[in-house]
Each structure stands twice: as structure tokens, then as C-alpha cells.
Design a protein around this ligand. Structure first.
Ligand code: GDP
Length: 453
């Protein structure tokens, strides 16, 4: 689906192959490729321009050079092209990231979700998918409201979908959509439904009567959420439609449907930037479970088609932050090492490379650390559970466990670990604290940790 986009970004990256630095000229060459593919994918022109401008500014603002770093034994190489892709990725995410939760739940009383959209957009299908999602993911008890009296089959369609998902559908034949929606609220209150999803009328185009009807329903039921359902296959029109609805109804979000098809994907990038209403969910097929919360990170990676590069850059950045790592090491070496800090600091050590590596950077310290001083990830999960079972008193005074074995017994039970594991953890912690204090007292060595000034 996003092949055109991914190709463009790949071309852009290729243009930067072998270069050691990004400058105005080579960035422009790369951006030309990106520009073409964005337009081809039906991204709105204004959005394309804004995107390119932001990427350029970021790329120039940063001194981008080829960097090589060796930390945990492995070597990480990052090229100018990789840096460029990472900047594109971050900007794509920024273009699509929304504030607030996808669904706002009412503090009291049932939560209202009003579904609006043009005919054929997938509104009725999406209404039932959303109800299914709320039942499954949020453990809610939704009531569906069939208030699309425009399309003759819409009510029956929703009833069929509701039956198959075992979700009730409210409708009063012959009544106006406004009355149906109002009565549905009373029904939901009386019967204890906590979410009401209104499937409202769709028309072939935005027109005044449609907007008036939707406006009246909005005023009457005051839904916490108004979602516009848009067919992503309609390309640039998706953005226009969204703007039309948003100007009149103040949408809280957009659901893009049919992203499983051969849509060019541009709408996903443009909708929020142009209309201000963010994409909240996506439809990726006809089935009830082909419905996902929209994740800008995931979409950006799909658009770029270079998940590996982005992952590489993330690793790189965590390793590069050596100054901070060194400062944290300083803290530990000074003995500011509590059991509560234990986990986060251990994680930090893992990130920095092994404890042996750190100490290895200090002349003359090789061989000081026993081989089992480091912990692997699985062990970390267990340690987390054990530490959570400590009382505050025990955290402040871990020796209390050594003095009183009944504490070890209790913690072992609470965390589902053998008693021996609890004892070993305390020993390990005490050992590490002591060892670090010992190292720290030898302050003369600290100046030799690279990056620590
Ligand atoms: P409405 O007129 O807006 O209520 O549209 P419908 O809910 O009846 O959907 C129109 C058509 O689009 C139906 O055939 C749906 O199965 C189909 N549809 C809806 N969402 C998706 C989706 O995410 N992917 C695909 N492939 N088809 C979808």
C-alpha cells in the first residue's frame, strides 16, 4: 500500500549514500525524491511542503556526521542517510500524533460516540467494529443506535452485525433520527449500557440538510466523541471531506477505513495537519476485528519502509548518550544506590554495556568484577516482582532480610519466586552496593571514565 512512499524514501537515502555530512545541497536532492513520492501517494500539497521544510530545518540544525560507536561489544554505524531517515521518521510521527486519548469516556453516565460520514465510507461497518473493540479491549457494555434512516438497508445491516457480535441495536421504526438518538440515551441509562454508539445518516456528498441533522443530534445528545469515518481510497478528497465535517461538528477524531486496499495512504498523513482532527482508528478489512487503534509510530515505519534503520538509530542514540551514562555511573560509584534504584540502574548498566566494560575503561580495574555481576532480561522481570513485594521498611534496610528469614519467606510467596532467589537478590544487591562504594572511594580513577569530566 505504501510502496510508492517507501520507494521515495529509499531513493532519498540512496542519494545520500557515502556522504559524511548533510548540507543544504545534498538535502535538497534527497528531499526532491521524498516530495515526488509524497505527492504520488496523494498527500496534500500544503502538507508536503510543511513536511519537507521541517525535515530540512532539522537536518541542517543538527551536525550530522558519520558516527561509529562501540559499546556492548558491538559496533553501531550510522550514515548520513540513516540520520536523514530518522529525521523523516520523527517528523512523520509528529504530523500524525494526536493529543489526548482515542476515546474520551464520560465521568458519569454513558459515554456517547457519534459516528458520521458519507455513504459507502464504511460507517455502519465501522460502528459495529468499534462496539466490538470496546467490548473486547475496554470491557464495556455498548448499545448501538441505528439512526441512519437515509440508506434503507443501513438499519438492517447494523442489526445483522449487532446480532453476530451479540451487541444490542436500538431503533424505532418510523421515528426521526433525532428522536431515536434521544430515546436511545434513555434506554442506555435505564438498562445500564456504558457506551452509546450512534450510527448517523450518510449521504453521497456533504450538504446542508445532512449537516443540520447531525448538528441537531450533536446538540441533543452531547456526545463526548464524534468520529468521522473516511474511506482512505478517496485520496485527497478524504482531507476535504474531513475538513467539511470538522468545521461544522468539531470532530474528536477520524477513522480511516479500507487501509488494507490499494489506497495510496496519503490521507493518513494529511488529515490531522489539514483539519486538526487526528486519525484515531483505522479499518484494515471487512471483518469485525479488522480494526485497530491508529499508531503514528507504526504508520511512519510503514510509510518509510525502513523499520531497521529507525531501530538502528534508536539503539545508536541510547548508546551515544555517554555523558549521561557516565554521570549515572558516578552516582552509583558514590554509593547513592538504593534498592528502589536497583532496577533502573541495572537497566542503565545493561544499556551502557556490561559492568565489566565500564570498569574495563578504568585502567588497572580489569578482572575486578565477578562474571555473574550482570543480569539478563528474564532475571530483571523476576527481580522486579521480588522488589515489589518488599515493604518500605525492608527497602530502606535490606539487611532486615538477612536478620529475619520470615521476611524472605513472605517475599518469596508474594513474588512467586523461591526463597533462595530472594536471598540471592539481597546478597547481590548488597554486594553491588558495597563494590560500587569501594570503587567510588577510589575517586582518583573516576576521572578516567570516558565522557566524565
Ligand atoms: P456506510 O454506507 O458508510 O455505512 O458503509 P458500509 O459500512 O456499508 O461499508 C461499505 C463497504 O465497505 C462494505 O462492503 C464494507 O464491508 C466495506 N468496508 C468497510 N470498512 C472496510 C475496511 O476497513 N476494509 C475493507 N476492505 N472494506 C471495508
Amino acid at each position: 500500500m505504501f510502496d510508492a512512499l517507501a520507494n521515495g524514501f529509499r531513493q532519498a537515502k540512496n542519494r545520500l549514500a557515502g556522504l559524511t555530512e548533510l548540507n543544504e545541497q545534498n538535502i535538497d536532492t534527497a528531499l526532491r525524491e521524498v516530495r515526488l513520492s509524497l505527492l504520488e501517494a496523494d498527500v496534500e500539497l500544503g502538507v508536503v511542503k510543511a513536511f519537507l521544510a521541517r525535515v530540512k530545518e532539522k537536518a541542517l540544525g543538527e551536525v550530522v556526521r558519520v558516527k561509529t560507536k562501540s559499546a556492548d561489544g558491538s559496533t553501531v554505524k550510522v550514515s548520513a542517510g540513516d540520520q536523514f531517515i530518522k529525521i523523516c521518521h520523527d517528523e512523520l510521527v509528529a504530523f500524525m500524533t494526536a493529543e489526548g486519548p482515542a476515546i474520551t469516556f464520560a465521568e458519569k453516565g454513558p459515554t456517547g460516540i457519534m459516528m458520521v460520514g458519507l455513504q459507502g465510507s464504511g460507517k455502519t461497518t465501522t460502528t459495529s467494529k468499534l462496539a466490538h473493540y470496546l467490548t473486547r479491549e475496554e470491557k464495556k457494555k455498548p448499545l448501538l443506535v441505528a439512526a441512519d434512516m437515509q440508506r434503507p438497508a443501513a438499519v438492517e445491516q447494523l442489526q445483522v452485525l449487532g446480532r453476530s457480535l451479540k451487541i444490542p441495536v436500538f431503533n424505532i421504526p418510523g421515528e426521526t433520527p433525532l428522536e431515536i438518538c434521544k430515546k436511545a440515551r434513555e434506554e442506555a441509562r435505564a438498562k445500564g449500557y456504558d457506551v452509546i454508539i450512534y450510527d448517523t445518516a450518510g449521504r453521497l456528498a456533504i450538504d446542508a440538510p445532512l449537516m443540520d441533522e447531525l448538528g441537531a443530534i450533536k446538540d441533543a445528545v452531547k456526545p463526548e466523541n464524534i468520529f468521522l469515518v473516511v474511506d482512505s481510497m478517496i485520496g485527497q478528497d478524504a482531507v476535504k471531506v474531513s475538513k467539511g465535517f470538522h468545521d461544522r461538528l468539531e470532530l474528536t477524531g477520524v477513522v480511516l477505513t479500507k487501509l488494507d486496499g490499494d489506497a495510496r495512504g496519503g490521507a493518513a498523513l494529511s488529515v490531522k495537519e489539514v483539519t486538526g482532527a487526528p486519525v484515531r482508528f483505522i479499518g484494515v478489512g471487512e471483518g469485525a476485528d479488522k480494526f485497530e487503534e491508529f499508531r503514528p509510530e507504526g504508520m511512519a515505519s510503514r510509510v518509510l519502509g525502513m523499520g531497521d534503520v529507525v531501530g538502528l538509530m534508536k539503539d545508536f542514540q541510547s548508546v551515544v548518550d555517554e555523558q549521561k551514562a557516565a554521570e549515572d555511573a558516578m552516582k552509583m560509584l558514590q554509593g547513592q544506590f538504593t534498592l528502589d534504584d536497583f532496577l533502573s540502574q541495572i537497566r542503565m548498566i545493561q544499556k551502557m554495556g556490561s559492568l565489566k566494560d565500564i570498569v574495563g575503561k578504568m585502567p588497572g580495574m580489569d578482572g575486578m568484577i565477578p562474571p555473574d555481576a550482570n543480569l539478563d532480561d528474564r532475571e530483571l522481570v523476576k527481580i522486579e516482582a521480588i522488589i515489589q513485594s518488599f515493604t518500605k521498611f525492608e527497602k530502606n534496610d535490606p539487611y532486615s532480610l538477612v536478620r529475619d528469614p520470615s521476611r524472605v519467606k513472605r517475599i518469596a510467596k508474594g513474588s512467586g519466586s523461591p526463597e533462595q532467589a530472594v536471598s540471592e537478590l539481597v546478597q547481590k544487591f548488597l554486594f553491588m552496593r558495597q563494590m560500587m562504594q569501594g570503587l567510588g572511594q577510589n575517586m582518583g580513577l573516576l576521572g578516567n571514565i570516558p565522557g566524565l569530566k
